[in-house]
Design a binder for this molecule. Structure first.
Ligand code: FMN
Length: 346
């Protein structure tokens, strides 16, 4: 069963999504900007906001970086309808502490909070903090055990857990279950262990932007896996450039491509810090694009009608949640709400 389409945005935790130096979007990853952005997104009818988690700025350490969990709590307190999804890297937070934080934001938001478990690509963020960076599949084994503990605690259950990584004795958290059984769980990642973890423990599997046939193949692979409870749902990241005509959209795309080409220092820094084993790197290498997490590789560059039709095709393929990026963000977010959203049924 396909659920109604939900459309959300990426918060600007590290500023611009496509190119750092853009005269139309000066760098700004501040709280006031993000607060205004999320409040406006809510008033425009967007369904959710993803707050990515990075401790230091992953593109350039000297640039500002919004802290995901404190910002998510503040967003929860200053909005009333939009779902707030905060990313989390298990190696950085003990499951008891993280479950407590999640339950508190669930309470502040009155049942609108979700976590997005991501298993890290930026080795520098972890290693330079003095934390051992496990290899790719071992990170997923750690993340699976971590998520079992967090889920149990978020459900308000009493937890005693003795595993390879955590020893937790007779622990229970309150308040829990006030608004629904627990916050929603997303998992972001595409590798084999990411798929297994999603099938076993996630509510929503969240993948990088890529062409429709690739998305259909990924969904088919995960949907055939046995899993407990409700069927898994699917989310896709995408960078949108929509205009009245295809030619205008193409010109806007080329403007961003030219600006992004200037970010050679950022690309080199990201490459040097990326774990070569992460599948995200291979997905991104498949095409020329702008934006993070697949960006325009999802093909949402075109006329208003084309973009609406392509989104409808992703929805028909099983994508229930789209998390969008734009540049300049606020202006393009408004344009999408005005011209593209009304053209999409559901
Ligand atoms: C939708 C999505 C959101 C992500 N958000 C973050 C994030 O907030 N912080 C981060 O460090 N990595 C983020 N990542 C990247 C993951 O950490 C990275 O892809 C992870 O290593 C999963 O690897 P895999 O694709 O090899 O399974 C995200 C990935 C996806 C697909």
């Amino acid at each position: 069963m396909t659920h109604p389409l939900r459309i959300g945005i990426w918060a600007l935790v590290h500023g611009n999504r496509a190119a750092l130096n853009d005269p139309e979007e000066p760098y700004d990853a501040s709280w006031p900007r993000n607060q205004a952005l999320v409040q406006e997104a809510e008033s425009l009818g967007y369904d959710c906001v993803l707050v990515a988690q990075h401790t230091a700025n992953p593109h350039k350490e000297s640039l500002d970086q919004l802290e995901a969990w404190t910002a998510a709590a503040a967003m929860a307190a200053t909005t009333s309808r939009i779902e707030i999804i905060a990313a989390i890297k298990p190696m950085l937070y003990h499951p008891v502490v993280l479950a407590k934080m999640a339950l508190q934001i669930e309470h502040i938001s009155q049942g609108r909070f979700a976590i997005n478990l991501v298993n890290a690509w930026n080795q520098r963020e972890i290693v330079n903090a003095g934390i051992h960076f496990l290899e790719h599949d071992a990170r997923y084994a750690y993340g699976a055990e971590w998520l079992e503990c967090v889920t149990c605690l978020m459900q308000g259950e009493r937890l005693s857990h003795h595993g390879a990584h955590f020893q937790i004795e007779d622990y229970m958290l309150r308040p829990a279950g006030t608004f629904r059984p627990r916050p929603r769980i997303y998992v972001g990642g595409e590798s084999e262990p990411a798929r297994a973890l999603s099938a076993a423990q996630a509510d929503v599997w969240f993948i990088n932007g890529q062409p429709l046939p690739d998305v259909q193949a990924l969904i088919a692979d995960v949907a055939r896996r046995p899993r407990p409870g409700e069927p898994l749902r699917y989310g896709l990241s995408a960078f949108v450039i929509a205009r009245e005509t295809e030619a205008e959209a193409q010109a806007a795309y080329e403007r961003l491509l030219a600006l992004a080409a200037q970010d050679t220092d950022i690309k080199a820094y990201v490459k040097a810090n990326t774990d070569p084993a992460v599948v995200m790197r291979q997905t991104m290498a498949k095409s020329i694009r702008v934006g993070t997490n697949g960006g325009t590789a999802a093909g949402l560059v075109g006329s208003y009608d084309q973009v609406a039709q392509r989104i409808a095709a992703f929805h028909a393929a099983g994508i229930e949640t789209l998390l969008l990026q734009f540049q300049p963000f606020e202006a393009e977010m408004r344009r999408f709400a005005r011209h593209v959203r009304p053209r999409i049924a559901g």
